[in-house]
Ligand binder design. Structure first.
Ligand code: ADP
Ligand code: ZN
Length: 639
């Protein structure tokens, strides 16, 4: 690996090392070899073309079908201090001319292009005058009829590449490609002996599960309530379902939700999408019309209210969760009746041939098999896509958790049992729990139960935990409740067996994944600050810093520039733009501290022009000779 690439990774992106595959792909392109990279969503494909573009002379071209994403991508690069522009059909004539001029004179490193009209002769002539370093084709599976998302415009790409007046290295990237699609990519793009990196399709950080026999609306509402301030998508199969759920969640429950389906006007849709990206709307209720071109990284959960038509759609939609790599959840709510809706869609579509209908039915069958699965969900999905690396057990899905994660609660049970024994009184569950928590009420004091040795024995537990645990012990008959209107807790043979170590107590771990950090005060404050900055700069919050970075800041509490730069996702440019404010929030810094940080910021500047130094002086209200200050700063440079 070229050292330069690693230095850039740290300096610009704030990451210590390349992820698996990124290094091979970057290396291969730097060696000017045609390359095909297949990496799961969230695997980090962008860096694979961004870093080479910075190292090569000239402009790297990225062809991407997602016009709606281009602005976001260019914004994100701007925040990193990388000069990028885009050319697509949304540009006015003036904007187009401006873009071409930027390419000619302004040291642009990346140009995002939509595949439409790129073979227009005039356009090719303009591009030929520019020093192009390589061409990356994003979502490369769109070039194949065998892919799930074939786009005619992608057939323009080979013509465009051929029209360039020199041989350029080609990088094809996608998250989904069967061997057949890979073959097509290689053939159509006329790649010469390309280097291929194919990673698995696994999304390790997503917890997959299926909920059966639940009332969907109630389940979703409860889920949202226990996942406050988090971003999520809820997919439903029809507009009507979306409208119904939206009304319920918004009007009845008062949640901060948006809706998205093809029945809304274009303006309404883009308004909703924008609000969701900016975290103004927390939850989006949508049909599958929503999601193309969403690379919002901090989506914590995706819930499907109804069964989707096939696993391709399901995996793609569920995969919108957790692009930042943090734990996330994909939940499918399964009701048998929903199968009929999907069958109806298949039968009712008159454009579908009999052959296609058969394929669609088969795909739906597989989807239903998934919903009824009792073994590992992940293994099933990955096998479906031809990836056999997970065998039987992934440890991070609804079914696997049920098998493995049991906790030993024998000691806890002993504590509860001895408390009942010590109390020697007729007590009910609530008094029992209060004694264990060390909470004295008048009844406890009157009976002097606050003087027994087990008083406060489990005070480290929460009330809810103990209530649930005592109920569990009762349900499993380790202790008993008497009948009557004031039931009291009693010991039985099982209780004594536990005390005598003849029995142990195991309980399945609740298969909920932890989002505790969303409750962390500092994380909340940092989130709030990020939102404030994002509004000022008119970019989405996750572009400023990902949740991963905020979480690490809240945990490690960096005290100065150097510690801050160690946080994943904090590179030089981002530090320069936002570092101080975040440090200030973390440490409640004084003005003096901030002055120091501002000066430190200058240490990395290669060119210290007088204007910059004057600005610094003004900003910090320093009464020092400019030349002297420059001297000090430059000396610092070599310290
Ligand atoms: P993809 O396009 O493959 O879905 P992205 O390029 O959007 O993925 O990257 C997903 C996330 O992973 C982003 O938040 C990105 O900043 C982060 N990321 C990428 N490369 C690295 C790395 N080497 N170390 C840590 N995080 C990374
Ligand atoms: Zn599993």
């Amino acid at each position: 690996m070229k050292k330069e690439a690693i230095v850039l990774l740290k300096k610009i992106y704030g990451y210590d090392s390349f992820r698996k595959g990124q290094d091979y792909i970057v290396n291969s392109i730097l060696n000017r070899r045609d390359t095909i990279g297949i990496m799961a969503t969230g695997g980090g494909k962008s860096i694979c073309y961004q870093i080479p573009s910075l190292i090569f002379d000239g402009v790297g071209i990225v062809i991407s079908p997602l016009i709606s994403l281009m602005k976001d991508q260019v914004d994100a690069l701007k925040v990193l201090g990388i000069k990028a522009i885009y050319i697509n059909s949304t540009l006015t004539k003036e904007e187009f001319i401006k873009a071409i001029n930027e390419l000619r004179y302004n040291n642009v490193k990346l140009l995002y292009l939509a595949p439409e009209r790129i073979t227009n002769e005039k356009f090719i002539k303009l591009i030929r005058e520019i020093n192009i370093s390589f061409i990356a084709v994003d979502e490369a599976h769109c070039i194949s009829q065998w892919g799930h998302d074939f786009r005619k415009s992608y057939l323009e790409i080979p013509k465009f590449i051929k029209a360039m007046n020199k041989k350029l290295p080609i990088l094809a990237l996608t998250a989904t490609a069967t061997p057949r699609v890979v073959e097509d990519i290689e053939k159509f793009l006329e790649m010469e002996n390309p280097f291929k990196y194919i990673s698995g399709f696994d999304r390790e950080n997503i917890f997959f599960k299926v909920e059966k026999s639940v009332i969907a609306d109630a389940y979703i509402s409860k889920y949202i309530r226990s996942h406050k301030n988090m971003s999520g998508i809820i997919y439903a199969n029809t507009r009507k379902e979306v409208e119904g759920l939206y009304q319920y969640l918004k009007e009845v429950k008062g949640y901060n939700v948006g809706k998205y389906h093809a029945g809304l006007s274009k303006e309404e849709r883009s308004e909703m999408q924008e609000a969701f990206l900016k975290d103004d709307i927390e939850i989006m209720v949508a049909t599958n019309a929503f999601g193309m071109g969403i690379d919002k990284s901090n989506i914590r959960y995706v819930i499907h209210k109804n069964i989707p038509r096939d696993l391709e759609s399901y995996y793609q939609e569920a995969g919108r969760a957790g692009r930042d790599g943090l734990p996330s959840e994909a939940i499918l709510i399964f009701n048998e009746e929903d199968i009929a809706t999907q069958e109806f869609f298949i039968e009712a579509n008159e454009e579908t041939s009999d052959e296609q209908r058969k394929i669609k039915r088969r795909k739906l069958d597989e989807m239903v098999r998934y919903a009824n699965l009792t073994s590992c969900y992940r293994e099933f999905i990955l096998k479906y896509f031809g990836d056999k690396r997970i065998k039987n057990y992934c440890g991070n899905c609804g079914n696997c958790r049920n098998i493995k994660d049991v906790e030993d609660l024998t000691i806890e049970a002993k504590k509860v049992i001895s408390c009942i024994g010590r109390a020697k009184e007729k007590i009910g569950t609530s008094t029992l729990i209060n004694i264990l928590l060390g909470k004295a009420d008048t009844k406890i004091e009157r009976k002097k139960l606050n003087e027994i040795t087990t008083f406060g024995l489990m005070k480290e537990k929460s009330q809810e935990w103990l209530e649930e645990f005592v109920n569990f012990l009762i349900a499993e008959n380790y202790i008993e409740l008497t009948a009557g209107s004031f039931p009291i807790v009693q010991l039985n043979k099982n209780s004594f067996d536990i005390l005598k170590n003849l029995k142990t107590i195991k309980r399945k771990v609740n298969e909920v994944i932890s989002f505790d950090y969303y409750e962390d005060t500092l994380f909340k404050e940092l989130n709030f600050l990020r939102k404030k900055i994002s509004e000022k700069e008119e970019v989405a919050p996750y572009i400023i810093f990902s949740d991963t970075s905020l979480l690490e800041m809240a945990e490690k509490k960096p005290k100065n520039r150097w510690e801050m730069l160690k946080i994943k996702g904090v590179g030089n440019q981002k530090f320069k733009n936002y570092g101080e404010e975040f440090l200030k929030t973390i440490n409640k810094f004084t003005d003096e501290d901030i002055k120091k940080i501002k000066i430190e910021n200058f240490i990395d500047e290669k060119y210290l022009d007088i204007e910059k130094i004057e600005n610094l002086k003004k900003d910090l209200n320093l009464k020092i000779d400019t030349e002297l200050l420059k001297d000090i700063l430059i000396k610092n440079l070599f310290l």
